[in-house]
Ligand binder design. Sequence first.
Ligand SMILES: Nc1ncnc2c1ncn2[C@@H]1O[C@H](COP(=O)(O)OP(=O)(O)OP(=O)(O)O)[C@@H](O)[C@H]1O
Ligand SMILES: [Mg+2]
Length: 245
Amino acid sequence: MTLLHCTDVTKRFGGVTALDGVGLEVSAGEIVGLVGPNGSGKTTLLSSIAGSLPVTAGTITFAGKDITRTPPHRRAHAGISRTFQVPRPLESFTVAENVATACMFGRHALARTTALERAVSVLDRVGLAGHAERATAALTLHERKFLEIARALALDPQLILLDEVLGGLNPAEATAGMELIASLRDAGMAVIYIEHNVKAVSTLADRMYVLSQGRNLASGAPAEVLNDPKVISAYLGGAVDARSQ
Ligand SMILES: Nc1ncnc2c1ncn2[C@@H]1O[C@H](COP(=O)(O)OP(=O)(O)OP(=O)(O)O)[C@@H](O)[C@H]1O
Ligand SMILES: [Mg+2]
């Protein structure tokens, strides 16, 4: 079943066309990888789906409803949540309070005590249960990235949008992150996953989309996409073997 459907999505910032007629589909329970060079429009597409950026043209439907003009908080209530490329926790809150805040403002609008209980179980899911009472400002990059995922999970999404959540992590942390992302799919969530590490994306994703200069360059099964000469020359510069990245 198609959960998300983006058709001809165009986004202009003044004279800059960040997205130019982009199409993307996500089915329930699949991981869709989204790759492309810096500035190709990946984050802009994620923000367009989450609703924080209004699109210039095109249509976005979610669970059969047109959400193109729906404000971001209503999309969150409908089941779409996202992480930010640069984590944005509330620095003066503890780790648990950060997640609890998301629970309180999410679609279930939990009361504070219930929200704190749920926060602990969400933190457990991302491996941060032991850090619940810590000050957010003291977290490492890896912990901040996983807290960012926990905050998105707190909204109990059907579709989770992950923007470079494994960027800057060491191999062991990245492996833990990939296992976590796979577990989200196993729990029935659909995932759109932006990543610079092409190997990580191709290992995890059921399907991939490649953007280049705001346009769809290729899409399909990871093995097909990585062997597509257009992708090799436009995205990887021709000389690089995509599978060893
Ligand atoms: N708020 C904005 N105002 C003006 N231009 C923007 C804005 N956000 C993005 N852009 C431009 O839109 C284009 C796409 O940017 P975007 O951040 O979506 O790319 P990206 O693929 O996520 O890149 P990266 O891999 O570096 O994160 C770029 O040319 C960027 O400069
Ligand atoms: Mg980006």
